[in-house]
Design a binder for this molecule. Sequence first.
Ligand code: BG6
Length: 493
Amino acid sequence: KNINPTIIVIFGGTGDLAKRKLFPAFQNLYLDGRMSKKFQIIALGRAEKSDDEFRSYVLENLETFSRKKGLSDPETQKFLSHITYHSLDIDKEESYQSLNDKINDIDETFGERANRLFYLSITPSFITTISNNINKIGLAANAKQDRIIIEKPFGYDKTSAIALNEMLSQTFKEEQIYRIDHYLGKETVQNILAFRFGNSMFEPLWSRNFIDFVQITVAEEVGVEERGGFYEGVGALKDMIQNHLLQILCMTAMEAPASLEADDIRNRKADVLKSIRRIKPDEVDHYVVRGQYDAGFIKGNPVHGYRQDKGIAPDSNTETYVAMKIYLDNWRWQGIPFYLRTGKRMEEKQSSIIIQFKPVPHSAFSYGKQGMTPNRLIINIQPAMDIKLQFMTKKPGLSLSLRPAEMVFDYFACSTMSPEAYETLIADALAGDPTLFMRWDQVEQAWDAIDTIQQVWKTTAPTNFPNYKAGSWGPEEADELLARQGHAWIQNS
Ligand code: BG6
């Protein structure tokens, strides 16, 4: 992809995301020759710092967080020379004025007006102030050259998301706004498209006619770590389901796009979000389970409960786990349950999609249908990155009895180190390709699909929190959710 000269401005340049993900992503793109010859990163922060101080801070963090490390690499030293630190007070117009001067100086040394990429890696409450100031100074006045990346959560419900979008649209056109969902940059998530639409043999089976149900799991071992303050007001429904899991659902359930053009793909995804059956307030308990972790053990190590974590209220009702059953009201998927679950402090880190096919209509084997494992297609997103097809085979031996077997495609076996999600997404944003970013209508539909749940949860406090042990697979109610339909969660380790 063609990347033009660009000045990248990172709001929150001294923050956690910048040090863990953004600088490593830029460094790797640079080392892979993916940055323009002319580029400059301006990291913004509140404190006064010299460029040298800031560069050594970045270098130290690259050593910890970058997949290519940094300290001894001369190319990384060159990369660092493209980084400048600039102290900015988010509320003060003068600060933006001096940022403007800096940007103009860089343009002058480049000998041309470079593209501008504003990366908002800050708490959402600052977005309005920043956007208004960018507007006042005219920092992003060129709609063809200037872009803004916004981290999730985009608003906290549908109404606030609409307000935020309207506010942003006073400064930016839709094609300038890159709403990031880093799951869409993951290799294995992108591979779903390749798998589904690059092969003819799976697609005819991909519907209510042959599929019994679908399970999407994003389980994490980590708790809320240092992010308690942020997480308390958010919870798993908004942190994970509204974005990452619904996006994986879209990739799994969408119709084939007419082309790989950004809007063709995004139209098909938006269709899935629109077709999610909206539930009524009195149905929430029937379709959705919330959970919060108690103390327990992760891989044998004791960890405390959510309410004892740093920055968490001792009587917090924030959910750290959600399981839900979704129906899609469209031709392809009518009547097929999609089970989604995500949680922190689960037994192991595991993100996967499991497609379970319908059982054989009749089994001639002595143990009948019950003794047979249904065919399954398992797409492992992380940490395993593979696709498994499970089917029945004959057990070697004299009698004709069966056992399950599997064919495996392992992503690692045939690729060198794959890029991190943020590398892919930043490269796309630099090149002006919005395919893997969320268009406004997708965000709005995703909020619409979960708003009722959050409204009900806000008004009815859970009576049983904490209701799952750290290191388990979540609350019992999540098992009951599936058992009602004769199904069970498939543990795929
Ligand atoms: C983020 C959430 O979007 O995704 C975090 O805010 C979560 O709470 C993280 O831990 C998970 O991302 P990954 O790439 O580690 O699966």
